[in-house]
Design a protein around this ligand. Structure first.
Ligand SMILES: Nc1ncnc2c1ncn2[C@@H]1O[C@H](COP(=O)(O)OP(=O)(O)OP(=O)(O)O)[C@@H](O)[C@H]1O
Length: 257
């Protein structure tokens, strides 16, 4: 069953000079899939994520998430839809510095007015999965980057969303913390069957996924599925990236271990 369907989605940024950022892009994501989106700088990855996350609207084309078309929802229903169906993980964590790890994680629930008992129980369960139990009382300035990103993943999961949208979730982490975060995302994907879509420049991060979708100049370029070991998948990802071209600086963040 497809949980996300894009049908001929186009995004044009209007301005002095109009810019075609996404051009007639169509693809589907299955429920429970862990998919990466890769492409050179400027190929439209962030635009795509913004459109799927309902932060921005497509110029034309249709998007269906969990059987609903967000573009057709009234504003109030759209905020609720975003809070219930989607979880967000960003490169720079986006934690509130004045709140503890626990308070950051429950923030989406407090907006929903849930009882303290329900919130505590949910936090405990997720904190155990994400290995955060011992740091629940700490503030973002007192924890490592990897712990901060795991907290952000916990916040994204607290609503049990249908899809987690992650924008370069390992971009600010060293290789050890990045590996931890990718293993956590894989576990979340496998254990709770949460669908995850991750934009990344890093072929190692992409190799944790089931499928990598490559875009170029806002258009579909290629896609490959993992059907073997992660190391072999990583090599195949590198092969497509070399065909894809782009600025060599785009690959400057690649870690080769
Ligand atoms: N608000 C905007 N107005 C006009 N053009 C924009 C706007 N946002 C992005 N663009 C252009 O649309 C294209 C796609 O941008 P986008 O940020 O989606 O690319 P990206 O693949 O995420 O790039 P990067 O990997 O560098 O983050 C780029 O050419 C960019 O300059």
């Amino acid at each position: 069953m497809s949980i996300l369907i894009l049908e001929e989605v186009t995004k044009v940024y209007e301005g002095k000079v109009a810019h075609l950022a996404i051009n007639q892009l169509s693809f589907e994501v299955e429920k429970g899939e862990f998919i990466a989106v890769m492409g050179p700088s400027g190929s439209g990855k962030t635009t795509l994520l913004n459109i799927i996350s309902t932060i921005d609207r497509p110029t034309s084309g249709e998007i269906t998430i969990s059987g609903l078309k967000p573009a057709e929802l009234p504003k109030n229903d759209l905020s609720l839809f975003r809070r219930r169906e989607l979880g967000f993980v960003f490169q720079d964590f986006n934690l509130l510095p004045a709140l503890t790890v626990e308070e950051n994680m429950v923030l989406p629930l407090t907006l929903d007015g849930q009882s303290v008992e329900v919130m505590k129980a949910k936090v405990q369960r997720i904190a155990e999965h994400l290995n955060l139990t011992s740091i629940l009382e700490k503030r973002p300035s007192e924890i490592s980057g990897g712990q901060a990103q795991r907290t952000a993943i916990g916040r994204a999961l607290i609503h049990e969303p249908s899809i987690i949208l992650a924008d370069e979730p390992t971009g600010n982490l060293d290789s050890k913390a990045a590996k931890d975060v990718l293993e956590i995302l894989s576990k979340v994907n496998k254990v709770s069957e949460t669908t995850i879509m991750m934009v990344t420049h890093d072929p190692i991060a992409a190799s944790y996924c089931d499928r990598v979708l490559f875009i170029k100049d806002g258009e579909y370029f290629n896609e490959i599925y993992k059907d073997d070991r992660r190391q072999t998948f990583f090599q195949r990802i590198l092969n497509v990236l070399s065909l894809l071209g782009g600025n060599v600086n785009d690959l400057s963040t690649i870690r080769l271990s």
